[in-house]
Design a binder for this molecule. Sequence first.
Ligand SMILES: *[C@@H]1O[C@H](CO)[C@@H](O)[C@H](O)[C@H]1NC(C)=O
Length: 421
Amino acid sequence: MAIWRSRPLVAALATLIAAASIVSADVYFEERFDDGWENRWIKSDWKKDENMAGEWNYTSGKWTGDAEDKGIQTSEDYRFYAISAEFPEFSNKDKTLVFQFSVKHEQKLDCGGGYIKLLSGEIDQKKFGGDTPYSIMFGPDICGYSTKKVHAIFTRDGKNHLIKKEVACETDQLTHVYTFIVRPDATYSILIDNNEKQTGSLYSDWDILPPKQIKDPDAKKPEDWDDKEYIPDPEDKKPEGYDDIPKEIPDTDAKKPEDWDDEEDGEWTAPTIPNPEYKGPWKQKKIKNPNYKGKWKAPLIDNPDFKDDPYIYAYPNLRYVGIELWQVKSGTLFDNILVSDDPEYAKKLVVETWGKNKDAEKAAFDEAEKKKEEEESKADESDVDAEDEDEAEDDAKSDSDAEDEKQTHVKFSLSRVPDEL
Ligand SMILES: *[C@@H]1O[C@H](CO)[C@@H](O)[C@H](O)[C@H]1NC(C)=O
């Protein structure tokens, strides 16, 4: 009877909770790149006078789960990209902040970013670029074999603070959704495709504030602190005569050769062989030190330089999202950008967009790869006959490849060094 009665109550409660969470969801910005997106975004003139500003392609890409679901994709190699959109200014003080977007690197990204920024205050969007101050930067960054990570940067007083924990990013050529949740209790979570990859505290995982506690700089290791874990065993004594055992002994089986001439060859002595009794230099056995106290560590004290800021996570006038990238190889496609206060809403959006399309996208990608392989093997076959003539050409080509490589590095360091990295 009691069970029967409790059921409708639980159901009613669940409905109430669901309704409450829908009501409370604040969406500050949501961009699915439907028709009219160009009215909401402003392309910056940054790098235009140097002819280094790349064009965005409005497309769903070469492989997609839904050809009608378009985003914006970088379309020119060796170019800078800067574009931004404004939303009604808000503060995330005392609120959860959810920053989310999807990104697909169709070009097999070998060096470049796929991150987005949140900016505050007043910005000349026509001049938005690498030097424009931002509040938060979030998303994947790939360069060579060593950098394959998710950036999560907070700017405070003009300083960029990078996350201290490694968060690995996705490296394939498919769409993935990156979510950054920052809560008013100064905790955070980083999700990829709705799976939590990292979580913790802004206090410990960034150096935004000095540490709460430090090692006492005045503390000294006590004189009698025994930090030797092992000591020689006083019971272990060197056996009598140990050092008199020779390393080598005469070979008793050796015989003086028949044709040995003492006068001409000198006096015959038997060759030596290793002495089986010889055990090397004597070493005293070691035992655990009964007085071992462990490694000495200075005690922690409250850091006099620490001044708590309970709003370490807060930005009072967030107002723009901006994409600002350098791309050696283009093909990075952004979609479904969300700025909200509701992780549940964000989660649902991931399911409705990426979740709905990911299998079809994977199938389309596999199909495209198959086609590419077939074309390549066909090209290889027709190459065989012409191989000899090609050789000289190949040499010339590899020279210009090396030149390309050099250029890449020069431009790469130019763009990255003055940036936040
Ligand atoms: C835009 O993307 C589509 C799909 O990948 C491609 O066919 C087209 O050539 C691209 N356009 C430009 C200008 O890059």
